[in-house]
Design a protein around this ligand. Structure first.
Ligand SMILES: Nc1ncnc2c1ncn2[C@@H]1O[C@H](COP(=O)(O)OP(=O)(O)OP(=O)(O)O)[C@@H](O)[C@H]1O
Ligand SMILES: [Mg+2]
Length: 364
């Protein structure tokens, strides 16, 4: 799929704009603090209805703007769709192809985008919850039903936590909840593990390509739900819950289960979180996201790839290989950069160039 046009007003520091995007490669360039990332964020927000940088949606409104509106046109196999999102007085309004839209699954249907920002290094360096969020989001991109399992598991977990906090936790209620958590948790971890197995060869290939040398990368799910089949995983969880019951009653909180899973990423056999350099971390996270893109492409939808700060923390050689790789993947790519000269070779010809200066977008 491809975005063909982006229109916005009242969005952060940006002047109202109407930007044609109908090109395989879109380069938003300019000096620091001009509005490049904000432009990328407008596109991301209209796609996912979530801010790019972990902000609250209200922060997307320009400081003096009473309302914010972003509209995006997408084309998938010749089917053009138009989405418009408005924020005003804390209310969000959505329009899909000119009609009010209250059905989020209709909004997200056939929209696929993957974003990479410098803050994503945290996926490697930060706590396990960031890696769980990544793996669950990637599993959702692969199979949207994953979200239902995550939510059902979380509901059961909330019930169990409330039961453990009660004056006299009821053991039969805990048994029922643990059984639910074991069966949902087994399916949840099986999907996480399947996704990691699907992505691992692509990640290895991406890291090798970006680094310019064969690189050994492994992704492993660390979970109490050990096993190869869903049944084995459920049995392992039942056993873990049983073993933890006394400690959970004593501490009045849940202690084991997929809610504390981690994804262990190793580069050349060493724990990336502990030993990777900044450039290696960035290379790894880029590879995780590009692997998602390749996996999605194999399933028939090519997501749009949004890349904030093309060259930060990558040396010239890696940046050059990244630009080449992005070209080979066949996805529409939207990048921001302070150094447009990083975009070289064939890419220059098929790119739309947009200079962002003081909140104004100038194409050409
Ligand atoms: N809600 C807002 N209203 C108005 N201006 C805002 C708002 N939020 C952020 N800004 C300002 O927008 C300007 C541009 O921010 P942006 O992150 O897009 O810069 P950039 O061009 O990506 O710069 P860099 O190269 O440093 O990443 C910043 O000066 C920022 O303070
Ligand atoms: Mg920026």
């Amino acid at each position: 799929m491809r975005f063909t046009r982006l229109v916005a007003r009242g969005f952060r520091n940006l002047e109202p704009f109407d930007l044609p995007l109908d090109a395989p490669f879109v380069v938003l360039h300019g000096e620091n603090a001009q509005g490049k990332t904000n432009t990328l964020e407008a596109l991301w927000y209209a796609t996912t209805l979530r801010p790019l940088r972990g902000h609250r949606p209200a922060e997307l409104l320009g400081w003096d703007a009473p309302l914010m509106e972003v509209a995006v046109w997408s084309d998938r196999d010749g089917i053009v769709r138009h989405r418009r999102v408005q924020l005003e007085g804390g209310q969000r309004g959505l329009t899909l192809d000119g009609k009010r839209c209250n059905d989020l699954s209709a909004w997200f249907e056939d929209l696929r985008a993957i974003a990479f920002t410098p803050a994503d290094g945290e996926v490697i360096m930060g706590g396990p919850e960031l890696r769980r969020r990544w793996v669950d989001r990637a599993a959702f991109t692969a199979r949207p039903a994953h979200l239902d399992i995550v939510r059902a598991y979380q509901r059961a977990l909330v019930n169990k936590a409330a039961t453990l906090r009660a004056d006299r936790p009821d053991p039969t209620v805990l048994d029922v909840l643990d059984e639910q958590l074991a069966s949902l948790g087994a399916r949840l971890t099986a999907r996480r593990a399947d996704l990691l197995a699907e992505l691992a060869p692509h990640v290895r290939q991406m890291v090798s390509t970006l680094a310019g040398q064969p690189s050994d990368v492994t992704l492993a799910l660390r979970t109490a739900a050990r096993g190869t089949s869903v049944d084995e995983r459920a049995a392992a969880l039942r056993e873990a819950f049983g073993a933890a019951r006394r400690a959970e009653l004593r501490r009045r909180r849940t202690l084991v289960g997929p809610q504390i899973d981690d994804v262990v990423v190793r580069l050349q056999g060493q724990l990336a979180r502990r030993y990777a350099s900044r450039g290696q971390v960035r290379t790894l996270v880029l590879a995780l996201k590009l692997a998602e893109l390749v996996a999605a492409r194999e399933r028939g939808v090519v997501p749009v790839f949004l890349l904030d700060d093309l060259s930060s923390e990558l040396d010239r050689a890696r940046t050059g290989r990244l630009v080449g790789l992005l070209g080979d993947l066949g996805a529409q790519v939207v990048v921001t950069t302070t150094d447009p000269e990083h975009v070289t070779g064939d890419r220059r010809a098929d790119a739309v160039w947009v200079e962002v200066r003081d909140g104004r977008l100038v194409t050409g």
